[in-house]
Write a protein that binds this ligand. Structure first.
Ligand code: DC
Length: 211
């Protein structure tokens, strides 16, 4: 069984998906972490973030192995660096390229083969697993999403966080391939007024209602 959770930055996807996976005994895949790992490697090598072929070649040379702590990139575990603001921005840029997305989609399908899995991202329900049994689109107001990110990044200014999130959303929604959209059949859950626990409860009810 597959459960997909897509939505904009800061909607609480990872927190909720992780908690729901624990509750249901499913594996959890943070697809954004894969794009972040590529962005981290690209920044480290000074690669051109607009160069599709170079990035696809770089991705080809990387063994990406996600686990609960972060992502193993050619044998090195990358954790907090994946959350750096420069990696946020670079991840959104590398994710624009169709060749990068095609390789990432293949990797995600491989990781999910034969496994009950919850994955979160932008295109999981629309592209990676369009036949998933449960598809969720998790969203919240921009102000709420910025406030949540500000709790994770207390050294950053909340207004700037809101602006960066809005830019990243626009970037993620406007790209020609794998754009952020509500997948056909997805249930929209607005978490603006819900706690993490309430959101997990709501999603668990949705999953339990599946015949
Ligand atoms: O979910 P996140 O913020 O960790 O994702 C980081 C970036 O990766 C985000 O800007 C969009 C991109 N991404 C994507 O294009 N497709 C996915 N399935 C997941 C993330």
């Amino acid at each position: 069984m597959k459960i997909t959770i897509d939505g904009p930055a800061g909607a609480g996807k990872s927190t909720v998906a992780r908690a729901l996976a624990r509750r249901l005994g499913f594996s959890y895949l943070d697809s954004g972490a894969l794009y972040r790992a590529l962005a981290w490697a690209a920044l480290g090598q000074g690669a051109d973030l607009d160069g599709e072929e170079g990035l696809a070649r770089l991705l080809d040379s990387l063994e990406l192995r996600p686990d609960q702590a972060g992502v193993w990139v050619n044998g090195t575990l990358v954790t907090s660096a994946l959350r750096r603001p420069d990696v946020d921005e670079a991840a959104s840029r590398v994710a624009r390229h169709p060749a990068v997305r095609a390789a990432m989609v293949r990797l995600q399908r491989q990781l999910g083969e034969g496994v009950d899995m919850i994955a979160d991202g932008r295109d999981i329900g629309s592209v990676v697993w369009p036949d998933a049994e449960v598809k969720i689109f998790l969203t919240a107001s921009l102000a709420k999403r910025a406030a949540r990110r500000a709790l994770e990044q207390p050294q950053e200014d909340q207004g700037q966080i809101a602006q960066a999130i809005a830019e990243r959303d626009a970037h993620d929604a406007e790209r020609p391939v794998g754009a952020l959209l509500i997948a056909p059949g997805a249930i929209v859950v607005d978490t603006s007024e819900l706690s993490v626990e309430e959101t997990v409860e709501r999603l668990a009810e949705i999953v339990e209602a599946v015949p």
